[in-house]
Ligand binder design. Structure first.
Ligand code: GLU
Length: 487
């Protein structure tokens, strides 16, 4: 670990799309480790793949981290002494290092065309040899170089991998060893001079004085190549960053979570009404645990408890039901003003309300009765729509349930009782309906109340019935019941 005592961790996504669960789990662990140790979080955008990383995705990544409450100390928007923090603005730095490696003999120009490389790769596989660069251009003579140049060939810069092995201690996995016979000479820069990931990431981790690299297990195999770049840079091994490769996140089908088995962007979770604190809470448990069975944790608790020792090396499984349960808990923990503030955009988007002060007042009075019942904010419009419908009608699929004799009997008995009520409170409504329908008619509550629920809310999914009737008011409740009697 670099000798400067302060921990410096980086989150270094390549935003080629919206950030996904895996990216954000990494960001969260990076952030938690930096905050737990009182260190710094460096946010670096790895946009050397200029065709796929767009400015829109970079902005979306920044916005997503902010929404989740994960702040950074150096990087886009905040700056820092060791920037710029966009790799596309550091191309001259990588080109200089690549040239230096060539001058030192650590790297060389490789003139092999992609067709030639592919043909040799096929040959290696046919002969049961590990596929990879065979070192053809390692020691070209001046004549060979001139000949290639006169043929108009362009050269990439390739790193020379010495014989032997690379060993390092991964903070999660322990000692990891890579035999170099399986780590062929690799490309550092393309023929047009642009850097590849391995060059840019290693140079930046050193120049930005990164002490800890916490990242996904999929990058484990690139580590010996990055260590080779540190060596060529002349970095003292005690100043190499320490690595901690976070376990894979698997989908329900036990395959690595990907778009194919259900991984979707964090933007999708946001649209569905998952709260940032629920996403962080749930993702924190994907490969890490607070040490007991506690599953409901806040970001503050995560910071206090987060250590790399508590990160598991075996894969974690993504479980949507558990995320929903945690989201439900976080929704129940919201105070009413915050809950209201978060609900309004969902209600407006579904055109249940336009946002007038009167509507907001009604929403505010209705929210407490649904807070216990929902797991996602996107359920709110369907739950509260009945309070705002101008031309109310029962869902055509539900209507037949109101037309048989027993439903009609329930509705007319209920109507007769509530019509005379002067005190329109949910307690009073419940009391008279229970006496009339359960005690006097001897009906089961589910049967008795379901017809009324459908008649006044239009659907069998609604907030608690008596509270719904109170909120709807006597006049509208009665007219809706009347409308379905003898339809
Ligand atoms: N930019 C790389 C990626 O998004 C990660 C770099 C790293 O963490 O080493 O896959």
């Amino acid at each position: 670990m670099p000798t400067n005592s302060q921990v410096r961790v980086r989150f270094a996504p390549s935003p080629t799309g919206d950030l996904h669960v895996g990216n954000i789990r990494t960001a969260l662990f990076d952030w938690a480790y930096a905050r737990h140790t009182g260190g710094k979080l460096i946010f670096r955008i790895e946009d050397t793949d200029t065709e796929r990383v767009t400015d829109q995705y970079i902005q979306a990544a920044i916005e997503t981290l902010k929404w989740l409450g994960l702040n950074w100390d150096e990087g886009p928007e905040v700056g820092g002494d060791l920037g710029p923090y966009l790799q596309s603005q550091r191309l001259d730095i990588y080109a200089e290092w690549a040239q230096k490696f060539i001058n030192q003999g650590d790297a060389y120009y490789c003139y092999c065309s992609s067709e030639e490389l592919e043909a040799r790769r096929q040959e290696q596989m046919k002969n049961n040899k590990a596929p990879g660069y065979d070192g053809k251009c390692r020691d070209l003579s001046d004549e060979q170089v001139s000949s290639y140049k006169s043929q108009g060939r362009k050269a990439v810069v390739r790193m020379r991998m010495p014989k032997g092995e690379t060993t390092f201690v991964d903070l999660i996995r322990g000692e990891v060893k890579f035999e170099h016979q399986f780590v062929p000479d690799f490309v550092l820069a393309r023929a047009d001079g642009s850097p590849l990931y391995t060059l840019a990431v290693a140079v930046d981790d050193i120049l930005m004085k990164i002490t800890h690299v916490l990242r996904g297990e999929d990058l484990l195999s690139s580590t010996p190549r990055q260590i080779r770049v540190y060596q060529a840079m002349g970095v003292d091994p005690k100043d190499y960053p320490l690595f901690a490769h976070l376990p894979f996140v698997m989908g329900q089908d036990n395959a690595k979570l990907s778009k194919r088995n259900g991984e979707v962007s964090i933007a999708w979770y946001r649209e569905q009404g998952f709260l940032p604190e629920a996403i962080c809470n749930y993702l924190a448990l994907l490969g890490w645990s607070p040490g007991d069975d506690k599953e409901n944790i806040t970001l503050q608790e995560l910071v206090a408890l987060f250590t790399i020792e508590r990160v598991n090396s075996s894969p974690a499984r993504f479980d949507m039901k558990k995320l929903e349960a945690i989201n439900g808990d976080k929704i129940r923990a919201l105070d009413i003003d915050k809950f209201l503030e978060l609900s309004i955009p969902f209600l407006k988007k579904s055109q249940v309300v336009s946002g007038t002060p009167e509507e907001i007042k009604v929403v505010k009075s209705a929210l407490p009765i649904i807070q216990e019942r929902i797991v996602k904010l996107s359920e709110i419009p369907k739950m509260l729509n009945f309070l705002f419908m101008k031309n109310f009608s029962v869902d055509p699929e539900e209507l037949p349930k109101l037309l048989d004799d027993s439903a009609q009997k329930v509705l007319s008995t209920a109507l007769a009782k509530v019509e005379n009520l002067t005190d329109w409170t949910h307690q009073k409504i419940e009391e008279v309906l229970r006496i009339a329908l359960i005690e006097e008619l001897g009906l089961k509550p589910r049967i008795a109340f379901s017809a009324i629920r459908i008649a006044v809310t239009g659907s069998h999914i609604s907030p608690p019935l008596f509270e719904s009737l109170e909120l709807l008011g006597k006049e509208r409740s009665i007219s809706r019941i009347k409308a379905v009697i003898s339809k």
